[in-house]
Design a protein around this ligand. Structure first.
Ligand code: FES
Length: 317
């Protein structure tokens, strides 16, 4: 039987299905709870039962002190819900909540998305996944060569990590499925404000679309009812490699829409969104990511629209 789980103090909720650990359910719902090994050794996924009962799913080598166990502490990765639950456990809200990680990952796939971008799909070991927030980057390297890339996939799948790479990278050109890379991270403060309930408006171009893709996917997994609007900036109409994905999201999701503008028409497009019945710009959270000239132009325009600084997230790539 499926049970409802509420986390304190965030108030976030998710469903736990039979046979699924509470950690698996939380992550599948995009909730970045603290964890490490996923198999009952490190103790990082500890939570405290406030209401309800849990059931043990697997053995754990980690031992709580008797007083802690009596107070209701247990491991999310080793237990499922036996009833609806209220739990005390932290959820990472900003980059400072997540520790630096180094993981050997395996290349699963290197495949062209189109002539301008290649998908690099790497997979972590089952017991050592990358904890990160939507919008963050990671460093990938081997043999003394490394480069940093934004993660293009959702933290709700913390094992399968996608990167979008421009052709011509020496490291990328030599990669084959099965190769092992050292992944380090996460990096960066350009992250989804998961606590906000304001509409999420995004302006992106070029390589800036990779972190925005991660943010949009995480937003949908966490808060499918919060509107997300994306302004895709491209100077050659129809040229962007994510065009098909954006159209499929628009068809499938009630709360997602996007528009396209050239870089010269970005300010007018933002003004048009507000005048066309969208939320007032100052009542929204803004995420801007792309070439630095575009980011400067857009953030300057948004500042003139009196967007509170805490609602304006920007990163040049
Ligand atoms: S994640 Fe390590 S014990 Fe649960």
């Amino acid at each position: 039987m499926t049970h409802r789980v509420t986390l304190r103090p965030s108030g976030r909720t998710f469903d736990n299905h039979p046979g699924e650990s509470l950690l698996e359910s939380a992550l599948a719902n995009g909730l970045p709870v603290d964890y490490g090994c996923s198999n009952g050794n490190c103790g990082k996924c500890r939570a405290r039962r406030v209401e309800g009962e849990v059931t043990r799913l697997r053995h754990s080598d980690f031992a709580f002190a008797a007083a802690d166990a009596a107070a209701g502490w247990f491991l999310l990765c080793c237990h499922g819900a036996a009833t609806d639950l209220v739990l005390d456990t932290g959820v990472a809200l900003d980059s400072g909540d997540i520790e630096w990680q180094e993981i050997d990952v395996k290349v699963r796939k290197v495949s062209a998305i189109d002539a301008s971008a290649t998908l690099l799909h790497v997979q972590t070991p089952r017991t050592r996944r990358l904890r990160f927030l939507a919008g963050q980057w990671a460093r990938l390297g081997r043999d003394g060569v490394s480069f940093e890339l934004p993660i293009a996939s959702c933290p709700c799948d913390d094992r399968n990590l996608h990167f979008h790479v421009s052709p011509g990278s020496d490291l990328l050109d030599a990669l084959r499925a099965g190769d092992v890379l050292r992944l380090s991270g996460p990096i960066g403060d350009f992250v989804l404000d998961a606590e906000s309930r304001r509409p999420r408006l995004m302006v992106g171009a070029g390589a800036g679309m990779a972190p925005l893709k991660s943010i949009i996917e995480h937003s949908q997994s966490l808060d499918g009812d919060i509107p997300v609007w994306l302004l895709l900036v491209e100077d050659e109409p129809g040229s962007h490699y994510l065009g098909n994905l954006l159209r499929s999201w628009r068809d499938a999701l009630d709360t997602f829409d996007f528009a396209v503008a050239t870089s010269d028409a970005v300010a007018a497009a933002i003004d048009g969104f507000a005048q066309g019945g969208g939320a007032a710009p100052a009542d929204c959270d803004w995420y801007v990511c792309g070439p630095s000239a575009l980011v400067t132009r857009v953030t300057g325009h948004l500042s003139r629209l009196c967007i509170p600084p805490a609602q304006l997230h920007a990163e040049a790539v």
